[in-house]
Design a protein around this ligand. Structure first.
Ligand SMILES: NC(=O)c1ccc[n+]([C@@H]2O[C@H](COP(=O)([O-])OP(=O)(O)OC[C@H]3O[C@@H](n4cnc5c(N)ncnc54)[C@H](OP(=O)(O)O)[C@@H]3O)[C@@H](O)[C@H]2O)c1
Length: 341
């Protein structure tokens, strides 16, 4: 009946009318979300949603057999707990879609969420079968954000969205560093920043709105306040200008959002640095303007878990490893931000 390994969260409830449970006390199992939902509906005559709303107060963990025993002996239990009775139930898990899940940060975010299966049901969107095989996971969808019709299956039924797609500049062949000079870059046809970072992100925001997504986290880039930023001349793609246009669109879309403008990304260990939150590219004129991709991925996930991150836009960087105190309190971290764009 109940699947072992699924999580069960207990909430305190002051209901006094208990009926006997149809579950046997010998079943040592933990309830999953839908089982808890139907259990609450049948036993306590209140909806899973209203039950979920009481989860925020005085929670503890409880095995199903303990719950069952408490239901079978209501009087005895009531006397013991003086009108407070503990109800085991699970909060609904959030279904999150990570787009750009084949990318360097996207892959980290996808895998982090996969490991937190008690809180999240994760899906990933990758551009090709090749990326799908490279990432390897049970819930990967193939789609191209410049072709919105390819995205519907991935977006259907999601609660939240993390956008980690970005146009990818390619180096023109023939560059020889030993001869000096600078490499030249180009974007593939149809995959210029205008198509990917503006129209592709816009298509995702529109589709998310259509399916009733509750929050969108968009990773952009620092540097957008300067139209002459060197990244804009890369492949003549004006990448930061198009990214900023998508950020603006999201901030006005009417869906709770978090815009994270990352500094230079490092393939280094996450979770061991003090993160820095800034605005208007001020961090770019300091020595601390980069951070590990793993930290960006974690901030995306934390943004889904903390109300303080909603309807905010900020720059993100980190102190060098070994300096400062690693950031762990994300509620406090997001509370520093007072900018909506
Ligand atoms: N690199 C930096 O230093 C830096 C600095 C600041 C901010 N950022 C931002 O941080 C984010 C993550 O950066 P990253 O370097 O980790 O990313 P990345 O490795 O370049 O990944 C970008 C992902 O977007 C996907 N993508 C591109 N076009 C697509 C399309 N048309 N349809 C579907 N997917 C598409 C790519 O798919 P494929 O795998 O198929 O190519 C790739 O997986 C990006 O938004 C980036 O702009 C980066």
């Amino acid at each position: 009946m109940a699947s072992a390994g699924a999580s069960c969260i207990a909430a305190t409830c002051s209901s006094s009318s208990w009926t006997s449970s149809s579950y046997s006390s010998s079943e040592r199992a933990v309830l999953n979300t839908s089982q808890v939902r139907s259990f609450c509906k049948s036993q306590f005559k209140f909806s899973a949603l209203s039950a979920a709303s009481i989860l925020s107060s005085s929670c503890s963990f409880l095995r199903f057999d303990e719950l069952s025993n408490s239901i079978r002996k209501p009087r005895q239990k009531k006397a013991q707990t003086s009108s407070r009775i503990v109800v085991a139930m699970a909060a609904d898990k959030m279904t999150v879609l990570v787009t750009g899940a084949g990318g360097r940060t996207g892959q980290i975010a996808y895998k982090k969420l996969e490991k937190r299966a008690d809180e999240f049901t994760v899906r990933g969107l990758v551009r090709s079968e090749e990326s799908k095989a490279k990432v390897g996971g049970d819930s990967l969808y193939v789609g191209d954000i410049t072709k919105p019709e390819t995205l519907k299956a991935a977006f259907s039924g999601i609660d939240t969205l993390i956008i980690l797609t970005s146009a990818v500049p390619r180096m023109k062949p023939g560059f020889d560093p030993s001869k000096g000079g600078r490499p030249e870059f180009y974007y593939e046809d149809g995959q210029y920043p205008e198509q990917v970072d503006w129209l592709g992100q816009k298509a995702q925001i529109d589709l998310a709105k259509e399916v009733g997504v509750k929050q969108i986290v968009l990773v952009g880039s620092m540097g957008g306040t300067n139209e002459d930023h060197p990244l804009n001349s890369l492949g003549n793609g004006k990448i930061l200008i198009w990214k900023r246009k998508a950020e603006k669109y999201l901030s006005e879309a009417g869906i709770p959002y978090t815009i994270i403008r990352a500094g230079g990304l490092l393939d280094k260990e996450g979770g061991i640095r003090e993160l820095l939150l800034g605005k208007d590219d001020a961090l770019l004129s300091t020595d601390t303007k980069s951070l590990p991709r793993a930290d960006v991925a974690e901030v995306c996930i934390q943004a889904l878990l903390n109300e303080e991150a909603k309807n905010k836009a900020f720059d993100l960087a980190s102190k060098p490893e070994g300096e400062g105190t690693p950031t762990t309190d994300f509620k406090a971290f997001f509370s520093q931000c007072n900018t909506t764009f």
